[in-house]
Design a protein around this ligand. Structure first.
Ligand code: NDP
Ligand code: PMR
Length: 402
């Protein structure tokens, strides 16, 4: 196995952990990026958007509508009156639920029978097929179009969602693109570099707009979850594989990441697709903390981020060279031991959505080898409160909220 490890490792990589050099490897090969509640209580009625809209028009409040549409089994409602309280399904929006982690999470939540999953996806047909082949029942989900690389699409999605009449209880910002082999930057509809534009700015606008909907929900535990990653955290071995995340003084972000009169990179540097992804994950983790600082006390909403483990076989690596895609899973399984299956990762994110023991806000969750969750530490940059505030302020200008 040691032999395999060396053959997979890059060559001019100095890896640091907690500021100390823990490994030094010479000469780059393809692995260096430069290679080129109560379970018996299930509502029998699934939220009907039309009915809700109708009732709202007639002046009924959401709680009245809920009281009228959710029912328990006769046995429970007759013998345990207090059990009547939590009767409706939760509604959760999961972005990028057409594959990988998002799909596995949607499936895990749908299977509990306690969640209705709104799959917010850019490819409607792909999402429908994915839900079907994952065995998700028709009643368990709704696919709605969302292209995070277009702010118009984000706004349209929010309008469509509101028109559906469904309350929003949890939002999961999961979708992402990773473009490690791109030589030149590509851009979103508004002209932002694609990785940061999609992974951070699209989600930033979405979550800012949907915060209002979360506030209005009467659900017992309202949450906004933004998926982060170890590779954005330079206090880890994985986060020290070059190119490292670094937002610098945000000059590129402030300039609009357009690659014309500003750099396409947040820190103002030369384009690097792998770095842009890692930077976008730092923005995701900072955004979660800024949401927490601004809104947790006032709203009671739980804001959290997580690293679900290395899900080495997902579509995230579709743009990587084929050799990487072949060797990355065994490398993570047998060498770093950071590998986790899509199914297991989906269960982890589903826990963060729904488990009562994961309600703490402002937290970045991770899981240990026994698959037990713990509150992890973010890197210095990914927990920098001043940077979080600046990223928030610059981002709200870019997406047209300020
Ligand atoms: P996938 O590529 O399988 O999933 C990404 C999803 O995002 C896909 O459904 C994709 O849609 C969607 N998406 C991409 N661009 C857009 C867009 N413009 N608008 C709407 N949806 C879009 O990758 P993963 O499941 O691995 O990634 C999910 C999350 O997990 C990401 O946030 C990633 O950063 C994070 N993560 C992944 C790790 C891993 O090891 N894989 C480790 C740590 C974190 P489509 O199906 O149409 O392509
Ligand atoms: Mg990494 C404990 C060690 C560890 C873990 C958990 C990961 C996760 N990685 C680790 C170590 C290493 N990786 C080492 C030592 C190397 C050098 C050989 C290495 C390389 C590497 C590459 C080239 N790793 C990568 C890449 C990618 O292209 C992936 C990436 O950075 O995507 C942004 C990746 C990842 N390693 C991880 C995880 C979770 C990823 C993927 C995605 C992500 O962070 O979202």
């Amino acid at each position: 196995m040691a032999l395999q490890a060396t053959s997979l490792l890059p060559s001019s990589v100095s890896i640091y952990k907690d500021g100390k050099s823990s490994a030094s490897i010479k000469e780059t090969c393809f692995f260096g990026v430069s290679v080129s509640s109560s379970n018996n209580l299930k509502p029998e009625f699934n939220y009907s958007s039309i009915k809700c809209k109708e009732l709202r028009k007639r002046g009924f409040s959401a709680s009245i509508i809920r009281a009228q549409t959710a029912t328990t089994t006769p046995a429970i409602s007759e013998s345990a009156p207090e059990a009547k309280k939590t009767l409706r399904k939760g509604n959760v929006i999961v972005t990028g639920a057409s594959s990988g982690l998002g799909l596995a999470t949607a499936k895990a939540l749908a299977e509990t029978g306690q969640w209705h999953v709104i799959m917010a996806c850019r490819n409607f047909l792909k999402a429908e097929k994915a839900a079907k082949s994952a065995g998700m029942s028709k009643e368990s989900h709704t696919v709605m179009h969302l292209d995070l690389a277009s702010l118009d699409s984000v706004r349209q999605f929010v309008d469509n969602f509101r028109r559906s009449g469904m309350p929003l209880d949890v939002l999961v910002c999961n979708a992402a693109v990773y473009l490690p082999t791109a030589k030149e930057p590509t851009f979103t509809a508004e002209g932002f570099e694609l990785s940061v534009g999609t992974n951070h700015l699209g989600h930033f606008l979405l979550s800012r707009l949907l915060l209002e909907d979360l506030k209005q929900s009467d659900y017992s535990s309202k949450r906004l979850i933004i998926v982060g990653s170890i590779t954005g955290n330079t206090n880890t071995l994985a986060g020290n594989v070059p190119p490292k995340a670094n937002l610098g003084d945000l000059r590129g972000l402030a300039g609009g990441l357009n690659g014309v009169n500003s750099s396409p990179m947040i820190d103002g540097g030369e384009f690097d697709g792998a770095k842009a992804y890692k930077d976008s994950k730092v923005c995701n983790m900072l955004t979660m903390q800024e949401f927490h600082r601004r809104y947790h006390e006032e709203t009671g909403i739980t804001f959290a981020s997580l690293y679900p483990g290395c899900i080495a076989e997902t579509g995230l690596f579709r743009e990587h060279v084929p050799l990487f895609r072949l060797l990355f899973p065994p490398f993570q399984k047998y060498i770093t031991k950071g590998y986790v299956s899509e199914e297991e990762a989906g269960k982890r994110l589903a826990q963060v959505v729904s488990e009562p023991y994961l309600t703490k806000s402002g937290v970045y969750w991770s899981w240990n080898k026994n698959s037990a969750s713990f509150e992890n530490q973010l890197s210095k940059e990914a927990s920098d409160a001043e940077k979080a505030r600046k990223v928030w302020e610059v981002s709200e200008k870019l997406v047209g909220l300020a």
